[in-house]
Design a protein around this ligand. Structure first.
Ligand code: URA
Length: 228
């Protein structure tokens, strides 16, 4: 890879800024000052900017406990994004695997591997996600049947895929979905005349949050990555 691209990928600076930094003689490759952006960085090359090593992140997989009040986006003018919580050298290269609403907490995966995230979000792969929902009104047995049969959501053509609704107590339930439509859990409960007052994602496939507190994260193991 060209060294100007390497600089912009590892620091987030633009290619123009990278050229300036190079021109000022601030960058070394294996200890030698490099001034030309076209110079190739070999795979084991050591790049330093003002003496600080710039490490390129390969495919990276993060399990994050999303707190309430942050948004699943790379930039937002009004709310903190989930990336505020993640210590990444190049956050603009990352994306969230699906989205949780501003007022939803729970398990969120973050990666820079688009093919991997597609396997989790694509309805074709039917990866199950489990949500715990607090409801405004008592949950009816009829809702359980409707969730299982599929629901016609306002504005959507196809029925929702069969979903499992497990009543925990009068106003709390677990919902297992194998697709991820916009505001799906909230819209499904609205369609059966109820209202979600609290929503938390507990599980994606076999992954759970374990001991992670809101705002904490960890990297997935190779075995966990291979689950999808
Ligand atoms: N369904 C919703 O309605 N909101 C979420 O954040 C996730 C699933």
């Amino acid at each position: 890879m060209r060294i100007d691209r390497y600089l912009s990928e590892t620091t987030g600076m633009s290619r123009k800024e990278a050229s300036k930094v190079l021109h000022r003689g601030e960058v070394t490759l294996d200890g030698e000052v490099v001034k030309k952006g076209a110079v190739q960085v070999p795979s084991a090359g050591l790049v330093e900017w003002n003496g600080v090593t710039l490490e390129r992140l390969g495919p990276t997989y993060i399990l994050f406990h999303k707190p309430l009040g942050c948004i699943c986006a790379n930039d937002d003018p009004r709310h903190p994004t989930v990336f505020v919580y993640l210590d990444l050298p190049n956050p603009e290269k990352f994306h969230t695997v699906g989205r949780l609403d501003l007022d939803t907490s729970g398990l969120l995966l973050v990666t820079n591997d688009g093919q991997w995230s597609h396997r989790i979000t694509s309805p074709k792969h039917a990866c199950e996600k489990v949500y715990r929902a607090q409801l405004a009104d008592p949950i009816s047995e009829e809702a359980v049947e409707k969730f299982a049969a599929g629901i016609k959501l306002h504005g959507d053509v196809a029925l929702t895929k069969p979903a499992k609704l497990t009543i925990v107590n009068e106003r709390e339930a677990l919902v297992t979905l194998s697709e991820g439509r916009y505001h799906q859990v909230r819209r499904m409960f609205a369609a059966v005349g109820n209202k979600v007052e609290g929503l938390h994602r507990e599980q994606v496939g076999e992954l759970t949050l374990g001991d992670l507190e809101p705002g904490e994260y960890r990297h997935l193991s190779a075995e966990e990555v291979a689950l999808f």
